[in-house]
Design a protein around this ligand. Structure first.
Ligand code: ATP
Ligand code: MG
Ligand code: MG
Length: 552
């Protein structure tokens, strides 16, 4: 196997290991906020956090960053765990930031006692106004020098629910003139009067992200705390809090990589939630969603997602990845694993007028030409078949290599046939197509090598089952729908992101399919069986087309 070059975080880890930092220990965490389902961007973070632990004999914990009871829910906790497991990773422990509320509280009290935090009774707007600008120092809050005893008393009452939301906050007292805006007395606790999904009504004072995150890392013994680039400017504050807290040499260190942005979709959980709540999609696992559960339902595989993430890599600059690259990875993977079958989306009858009536024969179809161990399955052939409506044209242009009167085509796995004509209804629509088959051209026979330009797929009417097919396409028509300069993302929804086709026909072999099984419908695309299916009503999702039709 070819040796892959290290990404920049692996380089740091290897150096730290060599130097024996933290006793040569590697510990990471994946810290989702349980306020939505995981998306493909999270998968990128997961592959790094869990991947590093795997590669360097370390551990990776799952830590729910549940410091804001307003948006969080156990439904999300369960879904997140399922999705991480599906991606093929195992956490060493599950932790919750809320488990550390008592310790975080004690630390906040310590800061107050050391004169490093104070209760500010100004509104959030007033506090923001006093922040100043990067080139101009901020203004001190009138509460900045409040006596320690008063701060302790108010902090206690804040947490008892004595005060209303927004009436006061606890701020760290650092430097209102710092060139790093995050040092200008950041808010570290606020009042939220809502039950928390784990701690109920035990707390009314809740820690802010910046106050909780690094300290949780420290409490757990995290060595490499990896997040996305927007936290670069938070890093000095992360270190400052740890410096106040640490009693020994050990320090967790934060590293940042580029978040994943993908064209034609978006990663904001807030906006994805809007799509769900406002009914633009059928839930978080709608196959059009960029969520892990949506992709699973769509027929994407963990292996393909891993390959995609390997390919895009980790860097220190932000960018936009073409959705086509993800689809390329999906095709590449499904090409190796999907069983080839025949299904007709828009059926019309083809009658082979010289084939004996009432007779059928069994032909052999290779399950996957890319995999010699994949075996074969049988398909039934008969006088009457279904073919795609657009595989016949009465008046065809020159380069049309499918069925048109007088022209030969090959029937996949079967015979060469010659089109003889068609039948119309009163309105002039074609309702049946006629052809004659050449008995000496059966697949494998000498005559079968005769040169014909087109091959079409078909399903025998005697064997066909009815299936529903859901043709999924990109959810948005805009490359960057979340870009607010362009307008509201809901205006960029693709009206053809889901087209449902009922009365499609497929070979009866598909009756054996299990939910999520992967297939290639010959000439059409990759599909999987949707879990909505029942034995009498099979539903197939289009995972991806055979070719990229979006690239310019
Ligand atoms: P949002 O603000 O939309 O809720 P988030 O980044 O706050 O998104 P979290 O649940 O906090 O979502 O994310 C958990 C982890 O996943 C974090 O470490 C975060 O850096 C990482 N992550 C989130 N989105 C992406 C992305 N698009 N690309 C890479 N990593 C991501
Ligand atoms: Mg968030
Ligand atoms: Mg977050």
């Amino acid at each position: 196997e070819e040796k892959k070059s290290l990404n920049f975080i692996e380089v740091i880890v290897e150096k730290d290991l060599k130097e024996g930092k933290d006793g040569g220990r590697i510990q990471t965490r994946f810290p989702p906020e349980p306020n939505g389902y995981l998306h493909i961007g999270h998968a990128k973070a997961i592959c790094l956090d869990f991947g590093l632990a795997q590669k360097y004999n370390g551990i990776c914990n799952l830590r729910f960053d549940d410091t804001n009871p307003v948006k969080e829910d156990v439904e999300y906790v369960d879904a997140i765990m399922e999705d991480i497991k599906w991606l093929g990773f195992e956490w060493a422990n599950v932790y919750y930031a809320s488990d550390y509320f008592p310790k975080l509280w004690d630390f906040a009290v310590q800061l107050i006692k050391e004169g490093k935090a104070y209760i500010d009774e100004q509104s959030a707007e007033e506090i923001a106004k006093q922040k100043g600008t990067p080139t101009q120092a901020g203004t001190d809050s009138p509460y900045r020098n409040r006596p320690i005893e008063e701060n302790l008393d108010l902090f206690e009452k804040m947490n008892q629910g004595v005060f209303e939301e927004g009436s006061m906050v606890l701020r760290a007292k650092i430097d209102m003139a710092s060139s790093n805006m995050h040092f200008r007395d950041p808010i570290i606790y606020r009042i939220i009067k809502q039950a928390h999904h784990r701690t109920g009504n035990q707390w009314y004072a809740y820690p802010m992200y910046d106050f909780a995150h690094g300290q949780c890392d420290y409490f757990e013994g995290v060595t490499h705390s990896i997040c996305t680039l927007e936290f670069v400017v938070h890093r000095p504050l992360y270190d400052w809090f740890i410096d106040q807290l640490a009693t020994n040499e050990y320090r967790p260190a934060q590293y940042e990589f580029n978040r994943l942005n993908l064209t034609y979709t978006m990663m904001s959980k807030r906006k994805l939630l809007q799509l769900v709540k406002e009914g633009f999609v059928n839930g978080w696992d709608d196959p059009r969603m960029p969520t892990i559960s949506g992709f699973r339902r769509r027929g994407y595989t963990p292996e393909a997602i891993h390959n995609f993430i390997d390919r895009i890599g980790y860097t220190k600059y932000d960018g936009m990845i073409d959705f086509a690259l993800l689809e390329y990875a999906i095709r590449e993977d499904l090409n190796k694993r999907a069983t080839r079958v025949s299904a007709v989306i828009d059926p019309i009858k083809l009658i082979l007028t010289n084939y004996p009536e009432g007779e059928t024969e069994v032909l052999t179809a290779q399950n996957n030409p890319e995999d010699e161990n994949s075996g074969n399955h049988s398909v039934v052939f008969s006088r009457e078949l279904y073919i795609e409506r657009d595989d016949f044209l009465e008046d065809a242009p020159k380069k049309y290599f499918r069925l048109t009167p007088g022209q030969e085509v090959r029937l996949k796995h079967g015979y060469i046939i010659k089109c003889t004509g068609c039948k119309h209804d009163e309105a002039g629509n074609v309702i049946e197509v006629y052809a004659e088959y050449d008995p000496l051209t059966k697949s494998g026979m000498a005559e079968s090598n005769r040169k014909v330009k087109g091959t079409i797929h078909w399903v025998s009417t005697s064997d066909a089952i009815d299936i529903e097919v859901r043709l999924y396409d990109r959810l948005f028509v805009s490359e960057n729908p979340a870009d607010e300069k362009e307008g509201d993302f809901r205006d960029f929804l693709n009206p053809e992101s889901l087209i449902v086709k009922t009365n499609c026909k497929a070979e009866s072999y598909l009756k054996e399919a299990k939910a999520y099984d992967h297939f290639q419908f010959q000439r059409i695309g990759y599909f999987n069986l949707d879990p909505d299916s029942t034995p009498d009503h099979l539903v197939f999702n289009r995972t991806v087309t055979l070719k990229d039709s979006w690239s310019k």
